[in-house]
Design a protein around this ligand. Structure first.
Ligand code: FAD
Length: 475
């Protein structure tokens, strides 16, 4: 049920969850199934407001593409209020730097697909020993629409809207008090605290708690190893559409085609062999064929775009039309974890008195090398199979000026691992050195693969619910 802030005074909850995005809601609902009650503190209201969004404002240094206040939503249901819904699990080899394996979260995939109302179908088919085509699913679920009324009526889940956490207090490295205001008037008691505030806020809050308290170790790399999935159109091509369609045909239902550019899109990924041999990161290429139903002058100009972009751009200007080359290639791919890509606290504060975010974000040579190698691999495949010719866009050769078109998948900052010098939480998502503080969300991913993160976030939330339920039942 919804509970007002003033009624929280001195209340005691078994578990308090900060944040009502997919991470927090999934956790609360799964705990409820196991008969465990909890309180969700949600900083936003039922719907987003300028006031709530303003807490997300911050400073950005480097080549992050967006204003960080628009790349997430502060409201019930979190960022699913405007997410794209594209889903795919991580590849088994994405877990290389994780303290857990694919098998540790695979048991939660069925239930995660049910929550997102998507079929558990993520096919893949090798088209050579170097490349494979892969299947995505698209979810229409918005957590507000699906769960707000349900949680309002729940007897085991309390939710307090417009309520964010200000500080924590601990005894013997175990949190026992949650302070909701700087004046320490509103104090809550709990046995377990879970931060599920999204891929930037989890780091910001932990950094702030550490600044206020000595019991969070100064050795933890909080905020470091922050990542994104760069997304960009990276190449173009010309080719025989019938041959391409026949060569890449498959039974998969869904491919990434959110730009609705063309009439045929196929998603291509490197095999592990290619990743290892070329020393690149994981990647998804979205190869789209644009309508080619006649032989008009327009189509000739479109083709000319691939081989003589300057000349054809001049002609395009005469037509005043936004023409595209016959084949366009976009990509969403992995960025490597770098300690210097980080969230720190800025000098200015938000309306609740907590320092705003400062994000320092740069792309590495290896990240752009991945895009270049993938264009080469797809290009060679086209040559070997006589399908056409592919070329890379100038942008992927210019690291200094490269700006991705996205900035929506916030990964790292409270990464999972065994070592307290190179990670923040352990394999059960517990903060190293604090007995009852947990973090849930993509901030805990040590690496991000290329797959959109929310499906894996939900798998991890379900796993955390099981872990907490076991602990509570033992106590
Ligand atoms: C435009 C866009 C498109 C996207 N498309 C996709 C996609 O196609 N596929 C995909 O997998 N992912 C996509 N994402 C990413 C996806 O939305 C996130 O991975 C997902 O929402 C993260 O869930 P979360 O619960 O960790 O965080 P969020 O959904 O961000 O929720 C965090 C919640 O915590 C609350 N909160 C924050 N601070 C506090 C505090 N101090 N106290 C209490 N509450 C707090 C916030 O108000 C919010 O409700 C997209 C994101 C954007 C912006």
């Amino acid at each position: 049920m919804i509970i007002k802030k003033e009624y929280l005074l001195n209340k005691n909850y078994e578990i308090i969850i900060c944040g009502s995005g997919p991470a927090g809601i999934t956790l609360a609902l799964e705990l409820e199934k196991q008969n465990i009650s909890c309180l969700i503190l949600e900083a936003g209201d039922e719907f987003y407001s300028d006031k709530a969004q303003s807490r997300y404002e911050g400073e950005v240094v480097g080549n992050f593409p967006n204003d960080i206040s628009i790349t997430r939503l502060s409201q019930f249901g979190g960022t699913t209020g405007h997410w794209g819904g594209t889903c795919r699990p991580l590849d088994s080899y994405d877990f290389k730097d994780w303290p857990i394996n694919e098998e540790d979260i695979e048991p939660y995939l069925n239930k995660s697909c049910e929550i997102l109302e998507i079929p558990k179908s993520f096919g893949e088919k090798n088209i050579s020993d170097r490349l494979k085509i892969i299947e995505f699913q698209e979810s229409d679920v918005r957590f507000h629409e699906k769960y707000f009324e349900y949680i309002k009526k729940s007897k085991l889940i309390d939710i307090c809207l417009n309520c964010s956490i200000f500080n924590i207090k601990a005894k013997n490295n175990s949190i026992n008090e949650i302070l909701l205001d700087p004046e320490n008037k509103l104090i809550l008691k709990t046995n377990f605290l879970v931060l599920a505030c999204g891929g930037i806020e989890n780091s910001r809050l932990l950094l702030w708690f550490r600044e206020k308290n000595k019991f969070i170790s100064s050795s933890l790399p909080i905020g470091n190893y922050w990542m994104e999935h760069p997304f960009k159109k990276i190449g173009s091509g010309i080719g025989n559409f019938n041959l391409i369609r026949n060569n890449l045909k498959n039974d998969f239902e869904k491919f990434e085609n959110f730009r609705n550019w063309g009439n045929f899109t196929v998603s291509i990924s490197p095999t592990k062999k290619t990743i290892d041999e070329k020393n690149i990161l994981n990647s998804a290429i979205f190869l789209t064929l644009h309508d080619r139903d006649n032989d008009t002058l327009k189509n000739n100009i479109k083709d000319l775009l691939c081989v003589a972009p300057n000349l054809s751009n001049k002609i395009v200007k005469l037509f005043n039309k936004n023409l595209l080359c016959g084949i366009s290639i976009s990509s969403s791919w992995e960025q490597d974890a770098n300690i210097n890509n980080k969230i720190t606290l800025s000098n200015s504060k938000d309306s609740t008195g907590i320092p705003k975010t400062k994000l320092e974000y740069y792309l590495s040579e290896k990240t752009l090398k991945t895009a270049k190698e993938m264009i080469n691999e797809v290009g060679l495949y086209f040559v070997d199979n006589d399908l056409g010719r592919i070329g890379g866009d100038q942008t992927i050769y210019d690291l200094k000026n490269f700006i991705s078109d996205a900035g929506y998948h916030h990964i790292g900052g409270t990464r999972m691992g065994e070592n307290k010098y190179s990670s923040v939480v352990d394999k059960n998502l517990k903060v190293h050195g604090v007995e009852n503080l947990f973090v849930c969300g993509s901030s805990t991913f040590p690496s991000g693969g290329h797959a959109n993160p929310t499906l894996s976030i939900i798998q991890l939330s379900l796993r955390l619910a099981n872990h907490l339920a076991k602990k509570i039942n033992i106590l």
